[in-house]
Design a protein around this ligand. Structure first.
Ligand SMILES: *[C@@H]1O[C@H](CO)[C@@H](O)[C@H](O)[C@H]1NC(C)=O
Ligand SMILES: *[C@@H]1O[C@H](CO)[C@@H](O)[C@H](O)[C@H]1NC(C)=O
Length: 487
């Protein structure tokens, strides 16, 4: 009741406002009020003066602040900043598009496929297809080579000329190249796309590098060109294509043109041309301490996993990488000193259990499970890395366990299960002879921080005792921890 009554009462302040004259609002006649007015004007002038000083003095500062802001944004390269161009041909595309489908996601990957001629129905699970422009005016005179090298080299120009917005890196590969996109983003984040960069890797096969160049990015392994460099390269490429008609491949043409621009290759060991044939188990089990970026020549190598075809094998690797992309193929070695057993874990792929004490440097060399890229007598098998022989006798080899399943524990943790691949009827040491499966527990490997700048291998522990199944925990090593058997 009380409140209603009060509400009804007219508000005296409101009614007065209506009738206010200018004199009442600015009653200038009182001497006390005049001096306060002067003070206010003075304060206002001081305030304006300060603002003026800040702005005129701050112009160079503003530039500094915005340059800091720009350099901060450099490090936040995302998937959408990459534009992939895939060089394919009409004859290979139908078959090999199954590889592209494995790493391409329409929602988050930007990609375009270049073909020599069209005729495919559009498929939303694959990148859009473009037919390359005519290149018949360019000369090609490498004996026995393929003219398509010119078309594929020119994919670089045609991609840049598309004028897509917000591209920081142009990435090139073939239709039999599989990219680990998140890892490529991590790797490229190290570099400033506003500067000139040509990032990739050379061949595993020493002789190939002698023939082409140790500083050429082999095209199938994929390479990335920063936007600032790509724009310049696109402008000058045609003139280079006239000059390098004697060269074999598309990658030689790009390499030569970049050399003329004064740019050399930034080597990143995660790109893999895979210039080997057959079983690449040994190669996959000794990956450098750097994120896996690409795998190429998938049709020339055996499926990575037993009882699987190539597409399924790649799908399994990519599936594991979707849970912890930074850790895929990263090798950790742990020791059971009680039973003298050495275990080499290659996360997301395979585990090898050795009877005896194997020293770490020996386990970091590649087991030569593969054969040479070039066939024929007199071909030397010289590689760009140290190798060791892979015993022909299965009983002379380690026990091998291949990835079977992988999952997440909901937070940053993952588990992965590896199943024994049985070969031969071998006599094994008591401690390992019943071993059938291994479970590995790990936390997401963060390549964004320390690991990218100064990588360090991680350590692991074997939960003892084990019999049929073993549990391994991967963790960061202690500051002064050595990866060796405690003896
Ligand atoms: C590989 O296996 C999958 C699943 O069994 C099958 O769909 C696909 O056609 C196979 N690919 C090839 C090339 O044989
Ligand atoms: C290991 O498993 C086998 C077969 O299941 C069993 O006979 C043996 O006693 C077990 N050994 C240990 C040490 O638990």
């Amino acid at each position: 009741m009380n409140q209603t009554r009060r509400k009804r009462r007219p508000d005296p302040s409101l009614s007065r406002l209506d009738s206010l004259s200018p004199e009442m609002l600015f009653p200038a006649k009182s001497p006390a009020l005049t001096s306060s007015r002067i003070r206010n004007i003075f304060l206002l002038l001081v305030f304006c003066f300060i603002i003026y000083i800040i702005f005129s003095y701050g112009t160079f500062r503003r530039e500094k602040i915005s340059s800091i802001a720009r350099s901060l944004t450099v490090f936040s390269t995302r998937r959408r900043h990459l534009l992939f161009s895939i060089a394919a041909s009409h004859d290979s595309w139908l078959r090999r598009s199954s590889y592209v489908r494995l790493w391409y996601t329409p929602e988050s990957t930007r990609a375009v496929v270049f073909l020599d001629r069209g005729g495919f129905e559009s498929d939303l699970t694959l990148p859009p297809v473009v037919v390359s422009k005519d290149v018949s005016r360019f000369p090609y005179n490498f004996p026995g080579g393929l003219r398509s090298a010119i078309r594929v080299a020119r994919v670089v120009k045609e991609t840049v000329d598309q004028g897509d917005k917000d591209v920081r890196w142009f990435v090139f590969g073939d239709d039999d190249t599989v990219f680990f996109v998140d890892n490529l983003v991590t790797v490229l984040s190290k570099y400033d796309h506003r500067k000139w960069y040509y990032v990739g890797s050379n061949s595993e096969f020493y002789d190939q590098n002698v023939r082409y160049s140790f500083d050429m990015a082999f095209g199938g392994g994929g390479f990335a060109i920063s936007v600032s460099l790509a724009k310049v390269l696109a402008k000058v490429l045609d003139s280079c294509l006239m000059r390098y008609s004697h060269m074999y491949g598309s990658d030689s043409r790009i390499f030569s043109c970049l050399a003329e621009l004064g740019v050399t290759l930034t080597h990143e060991p995660g790109f893999h041309q895979i210039d080997v044939r057959g079983n690449i188990f040994g190669l996959l089990c000794a990956h450098p301490l750097s994120p896996l970026v690409s795998l190429h020549h998938l049709d020339a190598v055996d499926p990575f996993f037993p009882k699987m075809n190539r597409t399924e094998s790649v799908a399994r690797l990519i599936g594991a990488s979707s849970l912890d992309s930074g850790r895929i193929l990263q090798q950790s070695v742990c020791y059971d000193s009680l039973n003298t057993v050495t275990v080499s874990v290659v996360w997301g792929y395979a585990i090898q259990v050795y009877e005896g004490n194997k020293l770490l440097p020996d386990l970091l060399t590649l087991q030569k499970t593969f054969s040479t890229w070039r066939r024929g007598s007199g071909v030397q098998s010289n590689y760009m890395f140290s190798t060791r022989d892979y015993p022909r006798d299965p009983c002379g080899r380690s026990l091998v366990f291949f990835l079977d399943s992988v999952g997440s524990d909901g937070s940053e943790g993952t588990w992965s299960n590896y199943i024994l691949h049985r070969v031969g009827n071998c006599h094994r040491a008591e401690a390992v002879k019943r071993l059938e499966r291994i479970k590995v527990l790990s936390h997401k490997l963060d390549h964004d921080t320390q690991q990218m700048v100064s990588p360090r291998r991680q350590c692991c522990d074997i939960s003892s005792p084990y019999n049929k199944s073993m549990v391994i925990n991967i963790r960061q090593c202690m500051p002064d921890e050595l990866i060796a058997m405690n003896t």
